[in-house]
Design a binder for this molecule. Structure first.
Ligand SMILES: C[S@@+](CC[C@H](N)C(=O)[O-])C[C@H]1O[C@@H](n2cnc3c(N)ncnc32)[C@H](O)[C@@H]1O
Length: 152
């Protein structure tokens, strides 16, 4: 997971860590935080987004599948997500899940995206998105591995 924003409040760190620690070693969830640009009164948001986008793209290991979290992306229920995860695993490439900052992802990140995943029609705060994505992936893993965490 590559997410814009650092120094998250304790509840975000705790919530994310709670799911991150559950992943098995062969499907580890790693978090790379990209510092958000300073959004002062006369901030040039376009330039800030561009810088965040460049840093985000630079953080993606070569050859990774790029999946962007976007409100306007494709919604996936838990079974569809689990199937996607199986496909990702069979394909063999690691997956970089990109989460934007206050104004969203930079156009260059959206252009590089191979798959756009929407969690809801609601615009969610980016700190919360990390936790929801971690939990959803863990639930997908539990479904694929007959782990009792996911119940119908
Ligand atoms: C506060 S939102 C950005 C809002 C911005 N106006 C936009 O439309 O992208 C910050 C980031 O959280 C993620 N995000 C927020 N809501 C989401 C949703 N419903 N589905 C998927 N990702 C979401 C996206 O990666 C977004 O770039």
């Amino acid at each position: 997971m590559i997410a814009v924003g650092t120094k998250m409040p304790a509840w975000v760190e705790t919530g994310f860590a709670e799911y991150q620690r559950r992943f098995p070693k062969d499907m580890a969830l790693e978090l790379i935080e990209i510092p958000a640009g300073k959004r002062g009164k006369n901030a040039d948001i376009k330039r800030i987004l561009h810088t965040e986008g460049e840093k985000t793209l630079a953080a993606i290991p070569k050859g990774n599948r790029i999946v962007t979290l976007e409100v306007t992306g494709k919604p996936l229920d838990t079974h569809q997500l689990a199937k996607n995860m199986e496909k990702w695993q069979l394909d063999g490439r690691d997956v970089s899940l990109l989460i934007g900052g206050p104004e969203g992802l930079a156009p260059e990140c959206i252009a590089a995206s191979e798959q756009k995943w929407s969690l809801s029609n609601l615009t969610l705060p980016h700190p919360l998105v990390r936790i929801i994505v971690a939990e959803s992936l863990y639930r997908g893993w539990s479904l694929n591995n007959n782990h009792p965490y996911h119940r119908e």
